[in-house]
Design a protein around this ligand. Structure first.
Ligand code: ADP
Ligand code: MG
Length: 292
């Protein structure tokens, strides 16, 4: 269990990136979902021990590690959002280099550990290809390979699926869910589908504050029997946004499909009940003006 309490981070500026975040993260996959600038990377860098919080506490397995991040490093794997690359090295050479920097123990030798890790992330076939020829998904899998070296019990991955095509994304999901079988995997993302596919529990973060900690099912259930959908003109879509809690206006084949949440008032004429998706729930939770 990883327990975070009242974490505050003020950058010079001052910019308050975290306004007192408290969170309990059990073993398994846990999602941190929020728009750009909401404080995800700040939280992950603090948990990875690369950034000092302004105040707050981090307790991992009953040990306060707030001011002793080096105690966490041997049990921690981290894939940063801006994972750096040496484009002219082969995947194997780059990984071996990173393992050396990390000081990972390799009783059977670094070369052997490197090939085991490449095998684990399905990159054996590309081990000797230059990293600059890797696809986005292959790069992220190489990033995971360095992160899981040493078999960490906490794996932190910051927006790992951004920029992956749908097939690469699915492949990456499978890898992450396997890795979450026996450790904490903390996944930050702005992509609702990542959470829908992977996370039994997740937190929503916005403007440096947690909006909620919930499950995909419970988040959807909040909107059950309250979410309506209708097809309207563009001007009506604009007008409805003024008068109703519109969660979503999307274009479908040139038509404006509006989804909105009703309270005590009846839905607009022609609107029908809709099955809430996690995206609806997320848009509802983070809607403009929502109490944070
Ligand atoms: P996210 O990862 O969710 O996009 P970040 O944690 O990167 O969010 O950023 C949260 C807020 O902190 C943003 O307003 C961002 O501009 C600000 N921020 C991030 N890093 C710094 C920094 N080094 N100095 C000042 N402000 C920063
Ligand atoms: Mg970020």
């Amino acid at each position: 269990m990883l327990s975070i309490s009242d974490l505050v981070k003020v950058y010079p500026g001052p910019v308050t990136a975290l306004h007192g975040v408290s969170l309990e993260i059990p073993t398994g996959m846990f999602g941190l979902l929020g728009p750009n600038g909401s404080g995800k990377s700040t939280l992950m860098r603090i948990l990875a021990g690369l950034l000092t919080p302004t105040s707050g506490r981090i307790v991992w397995d009953h040990e306060d590690v707030t001011n002793t991040p080096e105690r966490v490093w041997p049990r921690l794997g981290y894939l940063p959002q801006d994972f750096g690359f040496y484009p002219n090295l082969s995947g194997a050479a780059m990984l071996q280099h990173l393992l050396t920097l990390k000081g990972v123990e390799a009783p059977g030798g670094l070369a052997r550990l490197t090939s085991e890790l490449l095998e684990r992330v399905n990159l054996t076939h590309a081990a000797h290809r230059k990293v600059k020829q890797y696809s986005g998904g292959m790069r992220q899998r190489l990033g995971i390979a360095q992160a899981i070296a040493g078999n960490p019990s906490l794996l932190i991955v910051d927006e790992p699926t951004a920029g992956l095509d749908p097939e690469e994304r699915l492949r990456f999901y499978r890898l992450l869910s396997e890795l979450a079988e026996n450790r904490i995997v903390l996944l930050s993302t702005h992509i609702v589908d990542d959470v829908a596919m992977l996370c039994p529990r997740f937190a929503v973060i916005r403007f440096g504050r947690l909006v909620t900690v919930t499950t995909p099912r419970a988040a959807r259930a909040e909107l059950q029997s309250r979410l309506y959908e209708g097809i309207v003109s563009r001007t009506d879509a604009d007008r409805l946004s003024q008068t109703h809690a519109v969660t979503h206006v999307r274009l479908v084949e040139g038509q404006h499909v509006v989804r909105l949440v009703v309270g005590d008032t009846p839905p607009p004429a022609g609107f029908v009940l809709a099955e809430p998706t996690l995206e609806d729930a997320y848009l509802w939770l983070t809607r403009a003006g929502a109490a944070a």
